[in-house]
Design a protein around this ligand. Structure first.
Ligand code: ADP
Ligand code: ADP
Length: 230
């Protein structure tokens, strides 16, 4: 089945033109796909709709078989437990240690100290940062900071990960490392939708590319993993 299904979705910001215009697409359970397009194409907006950071103006967004129009404001935090989000600028809290940054989603949902410690260390181990748990983000390299952001996104083991230009601030070697991490998550069944304008980085990677231009999907056939009827 599909983990993400957008049906004829449009998004108009107040006073603006359509950031997304009649977008239909699917992401299969267990699939990793790239969302590409120039700056302003609508990539961030599309991810924000799935993460319930923004609401669509028209159309339906279905995630994990749930029409997310039905997620009420007070239910959004609970909904987001199932969606890990990774940002270009890392969005780390600079006055908290690496451990505390990664722990945040678990603290918010009231997990016990033991559970938090166990899962934070498992997440840091996954991204290769176990030895940095007492450091503060500012002393880490860009690649390390992004791996902290990734550890935070995976610490609650969400089935879906959204990444918005996750390698936008990283050099090519570090970008490749981050992509390898994503591939490893995908190999254990996590679904990923990764927005990037870095066509060089993803050129040799065997994943579907959904291309946006001016708020529309360029090639409708590429918006679903199989031909219609499949
Ligand atoms: P991308 O991520 O591909 O760069 P965005 O989704 O950020 O594209 O932006 C798509 C379009 O929507 C752009 O024209 C952008 O200026 C506009 N836009 C994005 N966010 C807002 C907002 N909060 N208010 C008004 N316009 C916005
Ligand atoms: P990105 O390139 O990573 O999408 P942007 O610099 O386009 O980031 O946008 C940064 C923030 O500003 C986002 O939250 C986006 O929604 C918002 N934004 C983008 N374009 C506009 C706009 N025209 N008006 C208001 N907010 C915008």
């Amino acid at each position: 089945g599909d983990i993400v299904y957008l049906h004829r979705v449009s998004k108009r910001y107040p006073g603006g033109h359509d950031a997304l215009n009649d977008v239909t697409l699917t992401l299969e359970q267990g699939e990793m796909a790239f969302l590409t397009g120039h700056s302003g194409a609508g990539k961030s907006t599309l991810l924000k709709l799935i993460a319930l950071i923004e609401r669509p103006s028209r159309g339906q967004v279905v995630v994990n078989n749930q029409n997310i129009a039905q997620v009420r404001r007070h239910q959004v935090a609970r909904y987001r437990r199932n969606v890990g989000v990774i940002f270009q600028n890392f969005n780390l809290l600079n006055d908290r240690t690496v451990f505390d940054n990664v722990a945040l989603p678990l603290v918010i949902r009231g997990e016990t100290r033991d559970t938090i410690a166990r899962r934070v260390r498992a997440a840091l181990d996954t991204v290769g940062l176990l030895d940095k748990e007492r450091q503060y983000p500012m002393v880490l390299s860009g690649g390390e900071q992004q791996r902290v952001g990734i550890a935070r996104a995976i610490v609650a083991k969400p089935p879906l990960i959204l990444a918005d230009e996750p390698t936008g601030n990283l050099d090519p070697a570090l970008s490749a490392e981050i992509m390898e991490l994503f591939q490893r998550f995908n190999e254990v069944g996590v679904s990923l939708l990764i927005a990037t304008h870095d066509v060089e980085l993803i050129r040799s990677m065997p994943y579907r590319e959904i291309a946006l231009q001016s708020g529309q999907v360029l090639d409708r056939a590429a918006a679903a993993p199989f031909e219609s009827g499949g």
